[in-house]
Design a protein around this ligand. Structure first.
Ligand SMILES: *Cc1c(COP(=O)(O)O)cnc(C)c1O
Length: 427
């Protein structure tokens, strides 16, 4: 059994390592469950974009929602990434991590007035507006503050991203963006409203796309619209193509073709005279992270072998939420001739949905043994919760042979600190 090839993680002397650090050492010092990210993995993912877009002038704004740990954001910002944020909390994180304000794009269907105020005051690069009411609200706020909002209008291109239903965002029945047919009206309104500078147009069709055909379809439609809008006097100078490039989660999946993606962009929107922004999230962080967990019990049921681990759906919700698949490997390298037998890998939370894998061929695993869930750097820790009163999962970043805790595990006292007993219940 070999480790699924993700840059930054490999077996050395029979032990799975994150770069030069043995995962067993991290578990001994930080405990489990813990997310472990490698700088090498983040850098490799960034480099894949740099290589594919060499010669094309694009700005890459990392979509923070995939992993909003400050150290991860800063690692990417130091490589040159801007930020795509979907809440004022993410905007503040991006700024706190050192992302320049003029490289921050604010997306999302439901920005509150306070969020619009904060975005304008921070002087970010662009606000991606998703509805006419939002356009009106933003105009009012901008006028009040005496500022001008650089706006891109997000268009729903009605293209099926051919991905999981919960992460398909560019069909006409999805909640995102302004209908293609209403684009003209939206820009007319944007041009008439005070405090609004309609500089751009945006799309984002979905997540975990392994093929580039849906992208090409959407970008092609968008290019036609841009030509049309420009012909009607809309001064568009920026195109934001969103994120969505997928990652292989299984051995047999192949990675999307970055060069085909870059080529699709060059061939569809390359000659419009607009600056291109991309908003990748998952593809920059997924492979750079794993979730380290310890086996609590091995239960041999009548019909199943259960590996009960100390990570649960509150730490990694993707399998429960999207039927997602993670490669799961032992930290101690199994013998080459280890016999594989099916096992269900489950967490301790009281939900049947707290199941990471069913009938997964696994080598023998002993209670107490460490396992690693690979390709867990995206939508893992960022979606974690404290369900079942489990503390938020810890996070570690590795570089070379060093590691540091980049989010500590809260203590029980920390967890209680936000709660208070009302007077009438106090003793
Ligand atoms: C989620 C999201 C992204 C990032 O998507 P990935 O699939 O993680 O690359 C980019 N832009 C917008 C508007 C998003 O909502």
């Amino acid at each position: 059994m070999t480790c699924f090839p993700v840059p930054g993680f490999q077996y050395t002397n029979g032990q799975l390592h994150a770069e030069g650090v043995a995962l067993a050492d991290i578990a001994a010092s930080v405990g489990t469950p813990t997310y472990v990210y490698t700088t090498a993995g983040l850098t490799a993912a960034w480099q894949a974009y740099e290589d594919a877009f060499a010669g094309q002038d694009v700005t890459i704004c990392y979509a923070l929602k995939a992993n909003s740990n400050l150290a991860v954001i800063r690692t990417l910002a130091k490589l040159g990434a801007g930020g795509d944020v979907v809440s004022v909390g993410e905007m503040r994180r991006a700024l706190a991590a050192g992302t320049p304000a003029d490289k921050i794009v604010f997306s999302g269907v439901g920005k509150t007035r306070d969020e619009l105020v904060a975005a304008l005051q921070a002087g970010i690069h662009q606000i991606n507006v998703e509805s006419l009411p939002e356009l009106d609200a933003l105009s009012a706020v901008a006028v009040e503050l005496g500022l001008t909002a650089p706006v891109a209008i997000r268009i729903n291109p009605d293209v099926d991203a051919e991905t999981h239903g919960k992460i398909n965002t560019g069909r006409k029945e999805d909640k995102f963006g302004i209908d293609f047919a209403h684009a003209g009206e939206a820009y007319a309104r944007a041009m008439a409203l005070p405090g609004i500078d309609p500089v751009g147009i945006a799309v984002h069709i979905g997540s975990q796309l392994l093929k580039t055909t849906p992208f090409r379809k959407a970008f092609d439609k968008l290019a036609g619209l841009v030509r049309d809008l420009k012909a009607h006097g809309v001064p568009l100078s920026r195109i934001d193509l969103g994120g969505g490039l997928g990652v292989p989660y299984k051995h047999e999946d192949s990675a999307p073709d970055y060069h085909a993606y870059a080529k699709a962009i060059a061939e569809t929107v390359g000659d419009l005279g607009c600056h291109v922004t991309l908003e990748p999230g998952r593809s920059l962080v997924a492979a750079a992270g794993l979730l380290l967990t310890r086996t609590i019990f091995v239960k041999d049921g009548l019909h199943r072998r259960f590996l009960i681990v100390d990570a649960a759906m509150n730490d990694l919700i993707r399998p429960a939420m999207y039927e997602a698949w993670h490669t799961i490997v032992p930290v101690a390298q199994p013998a080459a001739d280890a016999v594989l037998a099916d096992a269900d890998i489950v967490g301790p939370v009281c939900e049947t949905g707290d199941t990471f894998a069913r009938l997964r061929p696994m080598p023998p695993v002993a209670p107490g043994e460490l396992l690693a869930f690979l390709t867990a750097g995206a939508y893992g820790a960022a979606m974690s919760s404290t369900y079942n009163s489990r503390p938020l999962v810890a996070e570690v970043l590795v570089t070379g042979d060093r590691f540091d805790v980049v989010r500590r595990r809260p203590s029980f006292e920390d967890s209680l600190a936000f709660e208070a007993m009302p007077d009438w219940l106090s003793p």
